[in-house]
Write a new protein. Structure first.
Length: 196
């Protein structure tokens, strides 16, 4: 069973460094489209901010095809990578953190910028409530009408969810169950993977 942590809800945090404001925002973003939409929503919400720097892992923490980061015109390596590093080392997936910066008039230097963005990402993660993500797989169960309630309960007991049912001479139940879970089923029930 493959599991990692994901945001349970959106959150925000704020730090100030030498009068520059760093506003941190985190959201559950399952997939690249969701990550890009969240980033754009903050650019639209704060159009007068000087920088909208971010890091995201839009899939599982180990899926390098679904991550990215941006310095958004800050000096190279001072914003996106410090934000992304906090995600990478905390086994969090399906998450985007955006740090919106309002310049306070005092230059921080590259080291100061990297520390400020890192601290803003850390503060945002500390405010974030996390939940466990468990990879699910689609299953199909064919049973007799008299077994339907028992099968539904078995699916629920392992943390699964019934998605659909079809009734003919037998009952076909389409469900999602945690990958790798074995269900104690009566011998007469046929179980197979499904595309739902």
């Amino acid at each position: 069973m493959t599991s990692y942590r994901i945001p349970a809800s959106n959150c925000d945090a704020e730090i100030e460094v030498k009068r520059s404001q760093f506003l941190g925002f985190a959201a559950h973003t399952p997939g690249l489209q969701a990550a890009k939409a969240f980033i754009q929503s903050l650019k639209d919400r704060f159009p007068d901010a000087r920088h909208h720097c971010y890091g995201f892992m839009a899939g599982a923490p180990w899926d390098s095809n679904q991550y990215g980061f941006s310095d958004d015109n800050e000096p190279s390596g001072t914003a996106g990578m410090p934000i992304f590093s906090h995600l990478k080392h905390n086994n969090i997936g399906e998450i985007t953190i955006v740090i919106v910066r309002y310049f306070g008039g005092t230059k921080l230097g590259t080291g100061g910028l990297a520390r400020a963005y890192s601290e803003a990402a850390k503060a945002t993660l500390e405010a974030l409530e996390l939940s466990d993500f468990i990879e699910m797989e689609n299953m199909q169960f064919v049973c007799e009408f008299s077994q339907e309630a028992q099968i539904r309960k078995t699916i629920s007991d392992v943390g699964g969810e019934v998605m659909n049912c079809q009734y003919a001479q037998a009952v076909t139940i389409f469900a999602k169950i945690p990958r790798g879970k074995t269900l104690p089923l009566p011998y007469s029930v046929k179980a197979s993977r499904s595309t739902i």
